[in-house]
Design a protein around this ligand. Structure first.
Ligand SMILES: Cc1ncc(COP(=O)(O)O)c(C=O)c1O
Length: 381
C-alpha cells in the first residue's frame, strides 16, 4: 500500500482523474500553454511560469508515477535517453561510474562516450560473476552504480538489494533502469535504490505512440535538485500532449503487464527444448539462472520481455524475424502488440549480444496466435 492508503492498481487507474474543480471534468484538461501569466501583484500564479520549467499536465503525470514507484518525486523527460544523459551530467568531473557490460546499448554507448571524453572513469562489469558488483566499485571514487534489471536483451537479473549495499558501502548512489518491469512491478526504491529510471516509451505508455523517459527519486537530495535544474536548462521536459497520452496509457499498466507476462511465460515454456531453439532466455523459467532473484523482486509476473537463441547463427536469427506474420519485426518494447528484433543487426558487430539472439516483446494478443506465428517462422527458417 502507498502512503495515501491506496494500492498501486488504484493509483494507476485514477491517474487521469484529478476532477477539474472548475468543470467537474473527470478527465482533466491538457494545459498546452507555453507561458503562464502573473497576478495583479506581478507574482506568478503557478510554481513555474514557462513550459520548459514545468506545467500542470506534467506535474500531474509525475505525481502519479512517483506514487506508483513509492518515490518522493518524479521528473519526466522528452525521451528515456534525455533522462539518462541528464542524470550522468551530475557526475562530477573525473569521478567513477560502474555499470553492467550487457545492457541497453544506448546507455552503454553514452557512458563510453563520456569515458572517451575524459568526463568519467568507467567500469563495465559482468553481473553473472560472483562478487562482480563489489569488485566494480571504488571506495570514495564511484559516484553512480547504474544497473538494469532484467538486462536488455539477455534478461539476466541483478539483485537490487545486493547492488544497493555494494553502492552505498563505497559512498555511491544506486540508479536502476527498470524499463523492462513496468513501474511498480519491481519498485527498486523499496529495495534500496536511490533513483529509478524508466523509458516511459515502453510499458508505462504501452501503446507505441509516445517517446518519454522518467526518473524517480527516493529522497529530494541536492543531486535531485541539480537534475531538475538541468532538465530546464537543457530544455528536456516532456511536452504536455505527450504527458496526457502517457497518463492515459498508465491507467491500464497493470492489466497490460499481467497479460504480457502470462503470454511470455506460455511462450517461454512452449519453446524451451524446441528442436530449432538452442535456449530461451526468460527470468520466469525455473531454468533461468536469475529466476530465484527475479521471483523475489518482481511481482505480477516476470514481464513480457524474452529472447530466443535460435539454433544457427546471425543469418538464421535475422531470417526468423522476416518470416513472422503476426509479430511485428520492429524495435522498441512494452507495447500491446508483440514485436521481434534481431539485436545484433541493430547493435552492430562490436556488441556483446549473441549473433543468434532474437528479442521478443510479447504483447497482449491471444497467446495461441503468437505461438503459431513463431512455429511457422521457425519452420521456414
Ligand atoms: C532498457 C532501456 N533503457 C533505456 C532506453 C532508452 O529510452 P528511449 O528510447 O525512450 O530514449 C531504452 C530504449 O529502448 C531501453 O530499452
Amino acid at each position: 500500500m502507498s502512503s495515501n492508503g491506496l494500492r498501486p492498481e488504484t493509483i494507476a487507474a485514477h491517474a487521469l482523474r484529478a476532477v477539474d474543480e472548475a468543470t467537474g471534468a473527470v478527465v482533466p484538461p491538457i494545459y498546452l500553454s507555453s507561458t503562464y501569466a502573473r497576478d495583479e501583484n506581478y507574482v506568478p500564479k503557478l510554481k513555474e511560469n514557462y513550459v520548459r520549467a514545468g506545467n500542470p499536465t506534467l506535474w500531474q503525470t509525475e505525481e502519479a508515477i512517483a506514487a506508483l514507484e513509492g518515490g518522493s518525486s518524479a521528473l519526466l523527460f522528452a525521451s528515456g535517453m534525455s533522462a539518462i544523459t541528464t542524470l550522468f551530467e551530475t557526475v562530477p568531473q573525473g569521478r567513477h561510474v560502474a555499470a553492467p557490460d550487457v545492457m541497453y546499448y544506448g546507455t552503454r554507448d553514452w557512458l563510453q562516450r563520456l569515458e572517451r571524453l575524459g568526463r568519467i572513469r568507467l567500469t563495465l562489469f559482468d553481473p553473472r560473476m560472483p562478487g562482480a558488483l563489489e569488485a566494480a566499485m571504488r571506495k570514495g571514487e564511484t559516484d553512480i552504480m547504474w544497473i538494469e534489471t532484467p538486462l536488455n536483451p539477455t534478461w539476466d537479473v541483478i539483485d537490487i538489494e545486493a547492488a544497493a549495499q555494494a553502492a552505498h558501502a563505497t559512498g555511491a548512489i544506486l540508479a536502476v533502469d527498470a524499463t523492462a518491469t513496468a513501474a511498480v512491478t519491481t519498485q527498486p526504491l523499496k529495495l534500496g535504490a536511490d533513483i529509478v529510471f524508466h523509458s516511459a516509451t515502453k510499458y508505462l505508455n504501452g501503446h507505441s505512440d509516445v517517446l518519454a523517459g522518467v526518473l524517480v527519486t527516493r529522497d529530494e537530495t541536492p543531486r535531485w535538485a541539480e537534475v531538475k535544474a538541468l532538465r530546464t536548462k537543457i530544455g528536456a521536459p516532456l511536452a504536455p500532449l505527450e504527458c496526457f497520452l502517457l497518463m492515459r496509457g498508465l491507467r491500464t499498466v497493470f492489466v497490460r503487464y499481467r497479460q504480457a507476462s502470462a503470454n511470455a511465460m506460455a511462450i517461454a515454456r512452449h519453446f524451451e527444448g524446441h528442436p530449432k531453439v538452442a535456449r530461451v532466455l526468460y527470468p520466469g523459467l525455473s531454468s533461468h539462472p536469475g529466476h530465484a532473484i527475479a521471483a523475489r523482486q518482481m511481482r505480477d509476473g516476470f514481464g513480457g520481455m524474452m529472447s530466443l537463441l535460435v539454433k544457427g547463427g546471425f543469418e538464421d536469427a535475422k531470417t526468423l524475424c522476416t518470416k513472422l506474420k503476426v509479430i511485428v519485426p520492429a524495435t522498441s518494447l512494452g507495447g500491446v502488440e508483440s514485436l521481434a528484433e534481431h539485436r545484433k543487426s541493430v547493435e552492430g558487430p562490436e556488441s556483446p549480444v549473441p549473433d543468434n539472439l532474437v528479442r521478443l516483446s510479447v504483447g497482449i494478443e491471444h497467446v495461441d496466435d503468437l505461438i503459431a506465428d513463431l512455429e511457422q517462422a521457425l519452420a521456414g527458417m
